[in-house]
Design a protein around this ligand. Structure first.
Ligand SMILES: C[S@@+](CC[C@H](N)C(=O)[O-])C[C@H]1O[C@@H](n2cnc3c(N)ncnc32)[C@H](O)[C@@H]1O
Length: 225
């Protein structure tokens, strides 16, 4: 656990809302300790096997093919989507540019990796801005098939995610993500998938190739290759 204290110190984020106890990193919401616990929930999916049938996000990133896509999750946040894609068999590189969010995300991965059922998933975390990661992608490494974007937006989801999004909103600015979107369109091998609330405009007002709609959220799919 000393590792995280040192990392937080180095990135000058002590005295922040992220705290540490013997069980790892947490933040406070209404005086209650909160941690990311996606992996506990997704354990159920893991047991029964997760596929396109189970989640619209997987329908969006797989499309019509059955071959497992290589994905750059450019907005990892608290890692829920990253986990779904990983459990759905995708190879995922997830990047997060906010040091406090990255710290709690990495802490969750470290806790998940201690679980017996977790381990086959091909998920890697990178700290940094996705724009930078795409611009400096090494030539010898194949580019991801899919770049997945889930930038912050104004409206809250309901229920459990709301508590998490309150934490994210206290740390992360809402951005237009115009540059991120442009770079992603030129970088992805096959498509860019953008998560949006159903009532929101398309990112950068760009018309998607097609849309996969859920109850509150939709996935705008931009085919590029
Ligand atoms: C809405 S949250 C993502 C939630 C995530 N999909 C999940 O399932 O938990 C947006 C996150 O993306 C991060 N982010 C936004 N733009 C980014 C960029 N250009 N590079 C890296 N991270 C970025 C923000 O710091 C924030 O933590």
């Amino acid at each position: 656990m000393k590792f995280w204290s040192q990392w937080l110190l180095r990135h000058n984020v002590v005295h922040s809302q992220v705290c540490q106890d013997d069980d790892g990193l947490y933040w406070l919401l209404n005086n209650k300790k909160k941690r990311i616990d996606w992996f506990e929930k997704h354990q159920l999916y893991h047991r029964s096997g997760m596929s396109k049938k189970h989640h619209k996000l997987l329908q969006a990133v797989y499309g019509r093919t059955d071959s497992t896509p290589f994905i750059l999750d450019a907005c990892a946040g608290l890692g829920n989507d990253m986990f779904i894609m990983g459990l759905g068999g995708c190879e995922v590189i997830a990047c997060e540019k906010n040091p406090q969010v990255f710290a709690v995300l990495s802490d969750m991965m470290a806790r998940a990796q201690k679980k017996k059922w977790f381990g086959q998933e091909n998920i890697n975390l990178i700290f940094g801005s996705a724009e930078n990661i795409m611009r400096t992608w090494p030539g010898y490494r194949a580019r991801p098939d899919v770049v997945y974007l889930d930038p912050m937006f104004e409206k809250d989801f309901k229920g459990e995610v709301k508590a998490n999004s309150a934490f994210l909103k206290s740390l992360v600015d809402i951005e237009t993500s115009k540059d991120l979107f442009e770079i992603a369109l030129n970088f992805a091998n096959s498509k860019v998938v953008v998560k949006r609330p159903n009532q929101a405009d398309h990112l950068s007002d760009a018309k998607p190739t097609y849309i996969i709609e859920g109850k509150t959220t939709r996935y705008d799919v931009y085919q590029v290759g």
